[in-house]
Design a protein around this ligand. Sequence first.
Ligand code: ADP
Ligand code: F6P
Length: 319
Amino acid sequence: MKKIAVLTSGGDAPGMNAAIRAVVRYGIFAGMEVMGIERGYAGLLEGKFVTMNMRSVSDIIQRGGTVLRTARCLEMKTEEGQTKAVEQLKANGVEGLIVIGGDGSFMGAKALSERNFPSIGIPGTIDNDLAYTDYTLGFDTACNTILDAINKIRDTMTSHDRVSIIEVMGRNCGDLALHTGLGGGAEVIIVPEHKIDIARVCERLEASKQRGKHSGIVVLAEGAGTADEWAKQIAERTGLSIRSTVLGHLQRGGSPSMKDRFLGTTMGVYAVQLLEKGIGNRVVGIRDNKLYDEDIVTACGMKKKFNTELYNMAGVVAR
Ligand code: ADP
Ligand code: F6P
């Protein structure tokens, strides 16, 4: 392959720039021409191709977000849009595409693969909701951002003997809540994968107060409701003083952590090496700390297994 392209799609994630930088620099090293496509699939359909050189990706490894920007594009979900996408790629002489994004973006890559256009996915989403890989780019940085917020909120909750409900992102996946709830020492973790009723939450919080704690932290995954709703229900059922915080898009920004820079770089190189060997229609992942690649269709069909053992462990050590 002599000419490839790279795009970022869906929710942005810290570490995407490290992956873009690696794709461009390793691709040029391998004798390829590398094009960047601006604004995800929307830019692809609009023909927003830019030639990338070694200097195009200077000074970005430490930056959050994506220098190629991203967008959501409904047209790419249509047959016509997918056909147009392949036409645009071919019109620009591109022979292979690297898509950095989440499960939705991989569905776009899958559609291109089904039209015999070689595509490689790199898992870029803070949600960590892709079953085929142990880890997605951005998850570690987002966890550390959330952890910093939990520490700050616990300071003031302790001063006032209060409980805080902290709502985190993750769409329908509870990994951000589970990992930061465990690392942040939350008394209660609420995730969509593990049903817990309001009575049990109230019981846990009141028991925690009885044991002499001066603050209560509840980490809530957005897929399991809103912080305001849960706070209202707890206040109605207990005499606890409650506050709620929605962390929102704070979780999507920030300078990528070492882990996200390391993985972004190594996954970017791995993706180029697949295209260099003429291999397409794969997604790059990490399993038991080892990079590997999986067929796109197989990967998109996998269902993520919730780590109940970790969930139960968090409940015990936070008493
Ligand atoms: P993420 O990749 O972070 O999950 P989205 O779910 O928003 O983000 O998907 C990003 C983009 O991927 C969408 O805007 C659309 O262009 C494309 N996409 C999503 N689902 C599909 C699909 N089923 N078929 C083709 N393209 C899709
Ligand atoms: O998929 C990443 C994510 O941050 C989800 O956790 C969140 O629900 C969603 O994107 C927010 O989407 P938007 O940035 O379009 O508001």
